[in-house]
Write a protein that binds this ligand. Structure first.
Ligand code: PLP
Length: 491
């Protein structure tokens, strides 16, 4: 399986292709684009039938081996078996089987129309990012051991990504994690989750500033190519291809668990921010999974909803980005969106490059086909099955309350955005699966507002705020940051 960049010039596409292991530890392609397979592996009806019986780990192996063709099959099978266990995804709620890894729960069923929740947040940090990050930790450790190399992961987080990365990389051979977060800006729960890790390879750095200050430091350090090479700096951000592939698996799992034959259609509603999660759904569909609609649910930060309604992609400035009660979806631009746009413009790297350069210079592009626009490909969006909707704080509060009253379960704020938008997009005879992207305990403030009582905490999380915390506080000073990394890597 060869990979190409979304910005590759037509002439360069064939010669610059790379294998799965080549792009595993990297981020962007050298030309600034994102990696995608040169073509999507196809799944037959017979394969789908056979996959109905598989455990999650075995299904993950079958799908990954189509993409990671340069990893020996026995090794890949061992990696997926180690990653997807009921011990890792142990936070299943009453009525869910932990061994299913992403158990489904039917919320509503009427005349063949069903509303179903797929639990993706039963891993160590109670958010769906564990689904991919746990695999990434094991893949990194494996790949680094093969090359006798080391890796220093350097990133910034406003909450979920940082904790998922740290729990996936803790104690791993050859890996250190330096994670920046805005000092005193994360929820008490999120802070405790990260800072209570005592593993010697985990470095928590609280930056005196906001998330953008932390993010700017990551960019400044990453732009120093000499420093980056010398200190073996890598990232685990949401454009990482292996993360996207790992997420493809649960769309297959959700489909197979919700159906009995491949003639049945299923739609997915996906609480969306950086377009990573729903991009995996698009890829599953391109591989031949019979997905009907992919519905992107946004919060007040509705960059994606605007595009899917109008064909205009208009990124927001930091000051225009709302701080909401579904904070993991508070994004001003969707870093994985380029993968879909590349497809939409017929896999034309030159066009894709021009469009995303326009994002940098003019803040967006317009594919509506109206006079003066950059193209008319918006008319093709429906063929790819995409739809969208938007949800606000009041919607979240009301939805959390309604779901608790009607179905007896407490959902988190991001999942509430999903349920609200899913209900607006139900179709007769089609099962709608909503991806549950976090557990309620992570966002207790809003649960308290909606229900007047605290969200239930899974076992082991009862008193995490009281555990000893390990972190340093630093000013947003790039030179000091580099010195800190140098001192702690011994390189
Ligand atoms: C990261 C995250 C999202 C958004 O996922 P994308 O892949 O960025 O679209 C939604 N909900 C939760 C809880 C998250 O942590």
């Amino acid at each position: 399986m060869q990979y190409v960049s979304t910005r590759a010039a037509a002439s360069a596409a064939a010669s610059s292709s790379q294998q799965f292991s080549d792009i595993l530890l990297g981020g962007l392609a050298a030309d600034g684009g994102l990696f995608l397979p040169a073509e999507y592996p196809q799944v037959t009806g017979a394969e789908l039938d056979a996959w109905r019986q598989l455990s999650y780990a075995d299904l993950a192996f079958e799908i990954l081996k189509k993409f990671a063709t340069d990893i020996p099959e026995a090794d890949l099978r061992a990696l997926t078996a180690k990653t997807y266990t009921k011990e890792v995804y142990k936070n299943a709620r009453q009525g869910e089987k932990a061994s299913q890894i992403t158990p489904l729960r039917v919320l509503e069923e009427e005349n063949g129309t069903r509303l179903v929740l797929q639990a993706l947040s039963n891993g160590p940090t109670l958010a769906f990012k564990d689904m991919a990050m746990q695999l990434l930790g094991n893949l990194f450790e494996y790949a680094l051991a093969r090359q006798n190399a080391e890796l220093n992961i350097f990133g910034a987080t406003s909450g979920d990504t940082g904790s998922a990365a740290e729990y996936a990389m803790r104690g791993k051979q050859g890996i250190r994690v330096f994670m920046l977060s805005p000092h005193k800006k994360m929820s008490a729960f999120q802070t405790a989750q990260m800072f209570s890790l005592q593993d010697p390879n985990i470095y928590n750095i609280a930056i005196e500033g906001v998330f953008d200050d932390a993010q700017d430091m990551v960019k400044a350090v990453s732009n120093d190519l000499e420093f980056k090479a010398k200190y073996k700096i890598g990232t685990v951000n949401s454009i990482n291809w292996a993360r996207v592939v790992a997420q493809v698996v649960y769309y297959f799992r959700g489909y197979l668990a919700a159906t009995t034959s491949n003639d049945q259609k299923v739609s997915f509603t996906v609480p969306s921010g950086n377009f990573g999660n729903i991009c995996a759904g698009h890829i599953a569909r391109m591989m031949g999974l019979p997905i009907d609609k992919l519905v992107a649910a946004t919060n007040e930060n509705d960059v994606l909803d605007e595009f899917f309604r109008t064909g205009v992609y208009r990124v927001r400035k930091s000051a225009e980005t709302y701080h909401t009660s579904s904070p993991s979806m508070d994004i001003s631009k969707a870093s994985n969106f380029e993968r879909f746009v590349y497809e939409l413009v017929g896999r034309d790297g030159d066009r894709t490059r021009a469009l995303f350069q326009k994002v940098e210079t003019q803040g967006g592009f317009d594919l509506s086909g109206k006079p003066g626009s950059d193209g008319d490909e918006f008319k093709l969006v429906a063929q790819y099955g995409f739809k969208s909707g938007k949800s606000t704080h009041d919607d979240r509060v009301n939805t959390i309350r309604d779901v608790a009253d009607d179905y007896g379960i407490v959902i988190d704020t991001h999942t509430a955005d999903g349920i609200k938008v899913a209900k607006e997009n139900l179709e007769p005879g089609v099962t709608m699966i909503v991806l549950e992207t976090a557990l309620a305990a992570k966002f207790n403030e809003t649960i308290l507002e909606a229900l007047g009582e605290d969200a239930e905490r899974p076992e082991g999380f009862e008193n995490i705020e009281d555990l000893p915390q390990k972190f340093v506080v630093m000013k947003p000073d790039v030179a000091a940051m580099k010195a800190y990394i140098a001192a702690n890597t011994g390189l």
